[in-house]
Design a protein around this ligand. Sequence first.
Ligand SMILES: *Cc1c(COP(=O)(O)O)cnc(C)c1O
Length: 400
Amino acid sequence: MSQDFLSHISNVLKSIEADGLYKREREIAGMQAGRIKVKGASGERQMVNLCANNYLGLADNAEIRKAAAAALDEFGFGMASVRFICGTQTLHRELEHAIADYLGKDDAILFAACFDANGALFEPLLTAEDAIISDSLNHASIIDGVRLSKARRFRYAQGDMDDLEAQLKQADADGARFKLVVTDGVFSMDGHIAKLKEICDLAERYGAIVAVDDCHATGHIGEEGRGTPALTGVGNRVDIVTGTLGKTLGGAMGGFIAASQPIIDLLRQRARPYLFSNSLAPAVAAGSLKAIAIARAANDLREKLGRHTTRFRDGLTQSGFTLLPGETPIIPVMLGDAVLAQRMAKALDERGVYVAGFFYPVVPQGKARIRTQMSAALDDQDITFAIDAFADAGKQLGII
Ligand SMILES: *Cc1c(COP(=O)(O)O)cnc(C)c1O
């Protein structure tokens, strides 16, 4: 291999490091949970985990593990085929029906991840004659998916309904045949919920289709955990929902699109990440099926999650921290400066609290933060422990 090429790659790595953006992975010895064992230089340490997308705490759920283990024995380890050749088991159709039923849609289609679902969505449905109007803070996978389609692209400032209307008008002025508005249901960096009622109203007025990526909501937000469309009362007005099996719904892996029958049927014919990628592993499909059943009935876990969210928000606010306002279990603690956010993350680590700091370019310059996420896997003592650790670390660093 060319030495020039390798030294170029090494220089890119050095510049990532120099910018303070180099990501290092910590290793968890055991299951994802509220308390995790983290491998360190001096052996394993127990930590309170505030940064998993394990909102209902199902990642280590015993019933789900049992369902997955049973499927491993009954359906085998893997399919070694894409769905349309010989990779569709009764389990896959059962899971698709369960997702469709859960979200109130005709049908659903599975993918290896929601990243793939978003990569698959736009290209088969829209052409150069059409327009996609996308929130500026949408997830990277939506941005990539939009790029893969030939449709004209319009972007509106995050949550800005005047701008959305202006873009819808512009798309019409440019002669768009069909228009599709796409938004995250919950924006993962801020924890804000999309204004779906207003978006649906505008979409109706301008004859646009609405797609919502509800990865940070399905399972724990809205009635039965049916997500942000259910929460905002527009369940039957959102045309397309994309989501993940890799967060609340067991946290394994897999993504889906739920929509009306012709949309799903066409995606099965044309969606490239579906046609050219292996089927979900049977154990993942069976575990996810169980996770959906558990999530639907889990009012107790949603109530616990809400209680933790309120307590943690109140505790940190009373300690003097600045939080972004919101109602989801995503609670960003705003620190502004990237170096300060890194020092805070380190101070919390030393105190046994596992968090993640986010800074530019993941969030805007000067808006560095520790993003915390609540989970029903945590108990009341864990919340107290975390609030105390934040207060102690914050005082030491002169933040509060
Ligand atoms: C996590 C996430 C994804 C990706 O989901 P995977 O199933 O992990 O690929 C896509 N969109 C949003 C909004 C997400 O939060």
